[in-house]
Design a protein around this ligand. Structure first.
Ligand SMILES: [Zn+2]
Length: 344
């Protein structure tokens, strides 16, 4: 039985028993009312502690955030992911059963920076008492690291492993608050995972160090690779001008209409920078990129469509070889490097 029942019963009793002493009755009822309101406010802002001996329930919005948290939480928590498979995290609206997942979760991790921008997703993230928006924490701590495109936050921070690794201690901290008994293990795993992401970053940096600057131009379906290009295509003195080395048919979310002007913009970028290959994404149609290829070739260009797609907002399905974050980033780096390093 919830503790709120005590001020409620006291209020009812004072109403009945103090009928002949209206002033005292009003004071009693006002005090009981304040207790009730206070309890409601506290219970909305402070989640109940998880049942003793049971693993805490952790919910992650995306597969990429889920993979990060899984590496840190290990088997000490019950972990679930809301947006699975190829679904677009930008536009995902809650479906039947998702509300229960959010209300039953002791802790929620979202990628943040308005990646999950649908109305229903924003509502549950704002109202969950224990939701951590990883990208927003990075924005608050280090605003210069976050990219803006036409005044909008670019949420694709996972495309730079050096930046994404900063989410590991944030996850360990949030997990430890809810489950202090496993705090030490969470921090240890976070440290190990940070080291693995640091190695991944060095490996990719070394790979693209072999690609000459004139071949470092990236064209993709949607604008998900700005952090990748800033990290691996730009010399230190070029980091502020990363946008010269990348172009995409669609904006930060792949739900815009593609116009003939978009096709022309990409064809011009390909011609001006002698781009060797352009890259489809696993969960998006290749129709518009095919139109780009067709138009560019009509104008005498020799650009190719990469036969292997890359991952923008999702991980690969089981058996794809890209089902973890580290595998996915390695896959993308290898596909991009192989296609751009080919002789044209
Ligand atoms: Zn995206």
């Amino acid at each position: 039985m919830s503790i709120w029942i005590i001020p409620f019963i006291a209020g009812v009793l004072s109403y009945i028993l103090l009928k002949n002493r209206p002033r005292l009755r009003n004071i009693f009822m006002a005090v009981c009312g304040l207790f009730l309101i206070g309890h409601v406010v506290v219970s909305r802002t402070k989640p109940l502690p998880p049942a003793i001996g049971k693993p805490i329930r952790v919910l992650c919005t995306t597969g990429i955030a889920g993979d990060l948290v899984r590496n840190i939480a290990g088997s000490d928590v019950e972990l679930d992911v809301v947006i699975r498979g190829d679904m677009d995290p930008h536009s995902y609206e809650l479906v039947k059963g998702d509300d229960e997942k959010f209300s039953g979760a002791d802790l929620v991790f979202a990628s943040g920076l308005m990646l999950e921008h649908s109305a229903s997703m924003q509502y549950v993230l704002k109202n969950h008492p224990n939701a951590v928006l990883l990208g927003n924490v990075i924005l608050a701590e280090d605003p210069d690291e976050v990219i803006y495109v036409d005044g909008q936050l670019d949420p694709h921070i996972w495309m730079d492993p050096h930046l994404w690794k900063r989410c590991a201690p944030l996850a360990a901290q949030a997990l430890s608050k809810v489950d202090p008994a496993h705090g030490e293990a969470f921090y240890e795993r976070a440290k190990e995972y940070e080291n693995r992401l640091e190695e991944l970053d060095l490996e990719i940096r070394e790979l693209f160090g072999k690609l000459p600057p004139h071949k470092k131009y990236l064209v993709t379906s949607h604008d998900a690779f700005n952090y990748f290009v800033r990290a691996y295509f730009c010399a230190d003195d070029e980091k502020g001008k990363w946008d010269r080395r990348i172009n995409a048919l669609q904006g930060l979310a792949p739900d815009d209409q593609i116009s003939p002007l978009d096709i022309k913009r990409i064809v011009d970028f390909i011609a001006n920078n002698r781009v060797a290959a352009i890259f489809p994404e696993t969960n998006l149609s290749t129709d518009s990129l095919n139109k780009v290829i067709e138009t560019a070739r009509k104008l005498g260009g020799s650009v190719k469509l990469s036969p292997i797609p890359i991952y923008g907002d999702t991980l690969g399905e089981a058996g794809s070889g890209a089902e973890t974050y580290i595998q996915m980033v390695r896959h993308n780096a290898a596909v991009i490097y192989d296609a751009l390093s080919e002789e044209t």
